[in-house]
Design a protein around this ligand. Sequence first.
Ligand code: ADP
Length: 437
Amino acid sequence: MIKRLLIANRGEIAVRIIRACRELGIETVAVYSSADKENLHVKLADRAVCIGAPPSAKSYLNADAYITTALATGCDAVHPGVGFLSENAVFAAKVKKAGLIWIGPEAETIELLGDKVQARATASSHGLPVTPGSDGAVSSEKEAVKIAERCGFPVIIKAASGGGGKGMRIVYEAKDLAENLKIASSEAQANFADGTVYIEKYLVNPRHVELQVLGDGKGGVAVLGERDCSMQKNHQKLIEESPSPGVSPEMRKKMCSGAISLFSALKYRGAGTIEFLAAGNEFFFMEVNARVQVEHPVSELVTNSDIIRDQIGVCAGLPMEAAEGVNEINGWAIEARINARSPGKIKKLNIPGGPGVRFDTFVYAGYSVVPFYDSMIAKLIVHDSTRDRAIKRLLRALNELEIEGVPTNIEEQKKILTSPQFLSGNFGTGLYAELFQ
Ligand code: ADP
């Protein structure tokens, strides 16, 4: 088993990993940028090492700094968390080469899935329906026009290496295609160091449905239910729930068998997510996230599992805790992301509690939110027997939650949760715009 693990990340996910490690008897080494000295993950870890300046490029995106620190502190494993280098095949390979255990799938698997163009081809070859669009990367206007005409406008231009809802442009008419192709490619180059873009049909107001998967690295695959992440603002998730109120048993069955066949063939190791867009009775493969995701707690609550513990375990060579195949779902879980609208000092923090309430964060009263990273400061997750009850519980918990000193999206979350559209369960990715714009 692993003795000491380096967490190549920060904030809430780093805290979550420290907690899992503590329960497993694994020591943790945290890293931090000079802006993050007061972050809870630094305080909770057994040891913490500063790896650079605040901009991510100078700290949290520095693969060599992680490896040097891991070796210098006697670690035998590296957990990449979410975002930053968590889906970087080069980093995964470097970790392995340094003799350290990588908490994630093999670098070769990440390569097959991390690039979205490559992932479409991989999924398609395993019989999964993919969103209509280009077969590979698109570089010329002529090619783009041909594809757009074949699948019909609107289309969406996406970055092959994109993530976090960034690097996407929706195009409604042929005359706007050339210019947007150019902008999308240069934006992709600037943000993801890869200018490769591709085209998909833009589905209007679809549902975003994804499956939580765990693989034992030998072909054994567990599906821990689906998550519905249709409640988004600018293509970024705001509320996630499990199960999905919009997936029929037949659709669920097809999604699960496609996912099991893909992940099993890849001998996938650790936690991963397969994302789909669903419209009517149809669903389309969108991408695989070859890592754990921010919204994993809703799956943990409905399957009574510990995804991070299982992820670390299988990567360390232990048997997978989750049962192979489609796992049983118990009740309903919902997560609301709590975002800071600007940096500043948190003067007061009242954390909600009571039955079925979980609050994952890295902030505390007196902590100053820094401007350099993601705006999410906490996740409020609830579990109850039905969707109705879970929504009521989440509203009750949001009413208990008090954050003073930095403006947040708490009031906006309450508005969403009390809207007739959200309550009906019958909505798509366009609901935020419908409610607020
Ligand atoms: P990222 O990796 O940046 O999160 P995704 O590919 O997961 O990007 O897409 C994020 C969101 O963008 C989706 O949940 C959906 O709302 C929207 N989106 C992406 N592709 C399409 C599409 N072809 N049609 C409609 N919406 C899309």
